[in-house]
Design a protein around this ligand. Structure first.
Ligand code: G3H
Ligand code: 13P
Ligand code: ZN
Length: 312
């Protein structure tokens, strides 16, 4: 199957009470690990590319890696999505350059400016057959080198969502209900809890409309431990409990963003490999188990968190 937009995927996910996994891709091994798991589990998938990924790997390399995955996995629908598009120009460049979906992240702007910017991107994207994700509310954590402290983060205000969606024409909406970017989402000793009351209020105001959750890594403790036991220092890394993500997927949440978990699997595996094999230096030898562990982690997410296995 060729690249698709997320329109049909989200419609089916909403009706079926599951979510599509949106995994960040930065290199070949990550693309392969994700798509091999999705192919084997017959799961639709969103491969997303951040501004930082484009700066690191180059737009063309990333598009061609995704095209290669589509040739290798013809059975599954794949969306190529821009994650956290910071401005109109970046969105336009991705729309012109073969993406089927873009996010315009106007969440740091005022409500009025966010609407104006998002509307401009939607008009250009829709004229080119591309769908758009907008954002209301501010997540804490690190993204594209911008750090948002917990004090500066803010939950999405349900009373704003109808006006935002109506005035911008966005196809999906990212909301802030307590998730955050990176590996340190909750303070050790506190009870992680997403604000399902806000999600329910928003979904009542926007019936049938696809909601997106960013910052939804669960920070698997086996990989945190593997990192810490092999020279790393990540004390107190805590993620979103998987049962809460599963609950969100059964409600209006149709897209769940996962990046940090892939990074932890890759880093833990490579650190352990070097600790166990100090004389080895062939990148294929340490990237192979890293890719295999990404694949198994994605398989676990598809089956146990997203519920999108068998939906391709
Ligand atoms: O939300 C941000 C994603 O995890 C992408 O991170 O900007 O470091 O590529 P990045
Ligand atoms: P995590 O840092 O929780 O993986 O979130 C990723 C994300 O939201 C990408 O946009
Ligand atoms: Zn994000």
């Amino acid at each position: 199957m060729a690249l698709v937009t997320s329109a049909e995927m989200f419609k089916k996910a909403y009706e079926g009470g599951y979510a599509i996994g949106a995994f960040n891709v930065n290199n070949m091994e990550i693309v392969q690990g994700i798509t091999e798991a999705c192919k084997e589990e017959k799961a639709p998938v969103i491969l997303q590319v951040s501004k930082g990924a484009r700066a690191y790997a180059n737009h063309t390399y990333l598009v061609k890696l995704v095209e290669a995955a589509i040739i290798e996995c013809p059975e599954i629908p794949v969306v190529l999505h821009l994650d956290h598009g910071p401005d109109f120009e970046t969105c336009k460049s991705c729309i012109d350059g073969g993406f089927t979906s873009v996010m315009i992240d106007g969440s740091s702007h005022s409500f009025k400016d966010n609407i104006e910017l998002t509307k401009k991107v939607v008009e250009y994207a829709h004229a080119h057959g591309v769908v758009v994700e907008g954002e209301l509310g501010t997540l804490a954590g690190i993204e594209d080198e911008v750090v948002v402290s917990a004090e500066d983060s803010s939950y999405t205000r349900p009373e704003e969502v109808e006006e935002f969606v109506a005035k911008t024409g966005v196809d999906s909406l990212a909301i802030a209900i307590g998730t955050s970017h990176g590996a340190y989402k909750f303070k050790p000793g506190t009870k992680p809890q997403l604000r399902f009351d806000i999600l329910e209020d928003i979904s009542k105001r926007l019936p049938g409309f696809p909601i997106v959750l960013h910052g939804s890594s669960s920070v698997p403790q086996n990989y945190v431990q593997m990192i810490n036991e092999n020279g790393g220092q990540m004390p107190g890394a805590i993620g979103v409990p998987e049962e809460q993500l599963r609950q969100a997927a059964s409600l209006a949440v149709c897209k769940i963003n996962i990046d940090s978990d892939l990074r932890l699997a890759m880093t833990g595996t490579v650190r352990k490999f070097f600790n166990d094999n100090p004389a080895k230096f062939d990148p294929r030898e340490y990237l192979k188990p890293a890719r295999a562990n990404i694949k198994e982690l994605v398989r676990h997410k598809l089956i146990n968190v997203l519920g999108c296995n068998g939906k391709a």
